[in-house]
Design a protein around this ligand. Sequence first.
Ligand SMILES: *Cc1c(COP(=O)(O)O)cnc(C)c1O
Length: 356
Amino acid sequence: MISTAPGIDIQRVERSRLQETDLEHLKFGRVFTDHMFVMDHTDGAWQRPRIMPYADLELSPATMVLHYAQTIFEGMKAYRNGDGGVSLFRPQANIARMNRSAKRMCMPHIPEDLFLQGLKELARLDANWLPDGPDAALYIRPFMYASDEYIGVKPSGDYRFMIFMCPVRGYYQEPLRVYLEMKYSRAFPGGTGEVKCGGNYAAGLYPTKLRQDQGYHQQVWTDAMEHKYIEESGTMNVFFIINGVLTTPSLDGTILPGITRDSILTLARERGLPVEERKVSVEEVVAGLHNGKVTAAFGAGTAATIAPIKVIGHDGTDHELPDLGADSEVNLIGKMLDDIRRGRVEDKHGWVVRVA
Ligand SMILES: *Cc1c(COP(=O)(O)O)cnc(C)c1O
């Protein structure tokens, strides 16, 4: 069946896979909804935006992305509102970030309106895949890759942009054990740390595996030049409470500017909490763990929202952090964020975009 939204062709599945899907027991990122958005950039322009049944890709072995990793992505979520509707959270921020990633990776700009319309149409079409429950969401994965068949290092001529979605529940079950990484680096000045390009994640796999073999979930990355300043925790931004001040490393070109990070900072400032974005040294954090000045640490990102850190390993020693109490400011901010996303409180910032 072909129907048309302005500009986007929609071809629906003949039969939904939803009935045979167990939405109660979901593995994060393993289950995909019925439809996907596709659009190709050829001859210097975006062609044929369309929504079609989720399906495999057929690729030439010479497809450039498979060799030179010219690919970028985003991660965002659609949430169920109290009244049964569905909303996106700050999609314009993801769209803007994806276009910054595109620029850094020599890839074409995606028209904001078309991108947003694609997100809305897709989320609306597969809204019934959104599970019920407090942690449930549709995880949305927009991405773009170099689609030329060519062996040789240069920007691709053609690109494909796609969006697909996964029904998900909670991400991290347990508080995190992290290790301050003093050998390997995620990002370096002048590199690609501040954009969401595939290569960043491939480069982190080996050092992360080494830490996981030692019983940690992930490492806290430090700056590549001196391993002196803290940058991020795994694929999340990192926050500490130091002397009662909510503290996070300032964005300096090597840190991915998280939308969760920005939302937490905004809400914390509005609540009158002392907040600092600045350089945070390993030395300061380790000393603060010893003398009790560091009272909490957590990771922040779309997948987990707020992921409490329980153990920080450094130089062979594990430092334990107290549990965040349910009434701690951090958890109150996490709850406020969730209430805004799910339409339970007024959206004063214009963050929520209703799709259904
Ligand atoms: C995506 C990502 C984040 C978090 O960004 P959000 O917009 O909050 O989801 C943080 N660090 C890295 C390295 C990331 O890839």
